[in-house]
Design a protein around this ligand. Structure first.
Ligand code: FAD
Length: 516
């Protein structure tokens, strides 16, 4: 939409328009409103928070006062060494902006009584200089529901409740819900942040080469909202858009993505491209293994305490205790040799999956639906999942041998601090708590798929989160953060909380630039 618009053609005018309501968007809204800028948040669904509300709310924001309080010895320099080792210098400007801004952002956020964070042990994901073996990410404290008052019904329920109907509606807001709830509380208390749910942004308005507003569909018709200073696109990726995934070669599937249903289909990304924006990393995502659920969706699967993963040949293909993004990449490669990958486990946990799954589903429901199978012997199990019986029994007996010696000679499971983080030493009879033998029938096999926490490619942006065109020039008035933008971490997931931490920092930088 081009050309000069007269004031009366706008349905509303604000200084800053934020599209989406995840952690990046809400940080941007809070930062803008705290700077005295009249701000509006436009959220497509009736609920705020998107995937961020489902998340564990780990924020990877290094070198801040939170790590200092925890006495971790973390520093910006250590984080720089780590990021450089993993991603090189191709994105040095955005990396430096992130590292420089994170401590100041956290200091500012924590000055607001609504925002309190606490370090939580969760190791960084890759062995490289500057890694923190115990982790450097932190989470918000839980929030009592009554603190939110009338705002409470606006916050998206936790994933177990939203997707599986589990949990109590009046439970304290924890993890991602606490993060969204706290940011919402702080932003609305300024009196300058307005929240508009059920506003689906479908187009950008440009005038004389500058983005001056957005067009949004609401239950009451289409509205045009003007942004005097800028539009911040923080509306997730395109993980829920099957066509977009296919067009850009993103493996996995929209139904297996962990974004809430009805959220991230990438229309703001397409609108920005139509306005001249360039994109990068469009085949990437924040990967994870997914346990296939009876309804055809998937559950984020991490933190294995036992079991092994086998491919269509009945063989292991990776260290099953890898961080989930790296395991997802291994799973994607294994699925190229055949669509079937299974997590095989025994009965030592009473028939429950020896892993964390989000959302959780009862074993009986899986067995009834055929997403899991059970058998009294390994050859019988092999028959049920269609792998050669000799291969599966050979794989298990070799693995059980590793469990006895404590050394996984094939994939080195249990040799990295991350592997040990979820291990249960009480359940492993041998010397390596990550190598738990499979010797208690009946045996189970759970179907695994390649899932994701969101796509990772998107709009190209600079160190001020300005959206760039193909020539590297900023599109005036347009900014992006979170999964709407291409991550500066490229094809690596450095540690727990990088998606949220980077979204929050670049949303804040966008607003700072708008305010200048
Ligand atoms: P979202 O949080 O998904 O927000 C996007 C919002 O924009 C949605 O509400 C959507 O409805 C809205 N929207 C979309 N299109 C439009 C439109 N056209 N108009 C208006 N609004 C629109 N990451 C971490 O860093 N730390 C963790 O601890 C962590 N734990 C996780 C645990 C789980 C179970 C899951 C599923 C993910 C986890 N992640 C974690 C990943 C992280 O949650 C996501 O990568 C991140 O929340 C994405 O943020 P976002 O702002 O880009 O998108």
């Amino acid at each position: 939409m081009r050309g000069r618009r007269r004031e009366q053609e706008w349905d509303a005018t604000h200084e800053v328009v934020v599209v989406g309501s995840g952690a990046g968007a809400m940080t941007g809204a809070l930062e803008a409103a705290s700077r005295g800028l009249d701000t509006v948040v436009l959220e497509r669904t009736a609920l705020l928070g998107g995937t961020s509300a489902y998340s564990g709310a780990a924020c990877w924001l290094p070198g801040t006062q939170v790590q200092e309080r925890a006495g971790l010895g973390d520093s910006t320099e250590a984080a720089r060494a780590y990021l450089r080792a993993l991603t090189g210098d191709a994105e040095a400007e955005r990396r430096e902006a992130f590292l420089r801004h994170a401590p100041a952002l956290v200091a500012r956020l924590e000055r607001d009584p609504a925002l309190v964070f606490e370090w939580r042990a969760f190791p960084d994901y890759v062995a490289a200089p500057g890694r923190m073996d115990a982790g450097r990410s932190f989470v918000p404290l839980d929030l009592a529901p009554d603190e939110l008052g009338d705002l409470l019904p606006l916050v998206r329920p936790a994933v177990d409740r939203d997707r599986a109907g589990l949990g109590h509606p009046d439970a304290p807001l924890s993890a991602g819900r606490a993060l969204i709830g706290r940011l919402l509380l702080a932003a609305t208390r300024t009196g300058r942040a307005h929240i508009r749910a059920e506003h689906r942004v479908t187009g950008l308005v440009t005038e004389d080469g500058r983005v001056t507003g957005v067009e949004a569909r609401t239950p009451h018709g289409t509205v045009r909202v003007r942004a005097r200073r800028g539009v911040l696109l923080a509306a997730g990726g395109f993980e829920r858009d099957e066509e977009g995934r296919a067009a850009h070669g993103v493996p996995g599937g929209a139904a297996w993505s962990m974004a809430p249903g009805g959220t991230n289909t990438g229309e703001v990304l397409r609108a920005a491209v139509a306005a001249g924006a360039a994109t990068a990393l469009m085949d990437e995502a924040w990967w994870c293994p997914g346990t296939e659920l009876p309804d055809g969706t998937a559950a984020f699967t991490l933190g294995l305490r036992g079991g092994i993963m086998v491919d269509a040949t009945g063989r292991r293909f990776a260290n099953e205790s890898l961080p989930y993004d790296r395991m997802g990449r291994a799973l994607a490669a294994a699925r190229q040799d055949g669509p079937r990958v299974h997590l095989v486990f025994d009965s030592r946990e009473g028939g429950a999956l020896p892993a964390v799954t989000v959302p959780s589903t009862a074993p009986e429901a899986h067995l009834a639906a055929g997403t899991w199978v059970r058998a009294d012997s390994l050859p019988e199990l092999a028959g049920l999942i269609g792998v050669p019986a000799g291969a599966l029994t050979g794989t298990v007996s070799r693995f059980n041998g590793f469990a006895a010696t404590g050394r996984d000679e094939d994939h080195h499971r249990g040799e990295d601090p991350y592997d040990l983080f979820f291990a249960d030493p009480h359940d492993a009879p041998g010397p390596n708590p990550c190598l738990v033998p499979l010797d208690r029938p009946p045996y189970y096999a759970a179907r695994l798929v390649l899932a994701d926490l969101g796509t990772k490619g998107g709009l190209r942006t600079d160190a001020d989160a300005r959206v760039l065109d193909a020539g590297g020039r900023p599109l005036p008035g347009l900014y992006a953060a979170g999964n709407t933008s291409a991550s500066f971490t490229g094809r690596v997931y450095p540690g727990p909380g990088v998606p949220l931490g980077t979204a929050m920092v670049f949303a804040s930088l966008a607003v700072r630039h708008m305010a200048e």
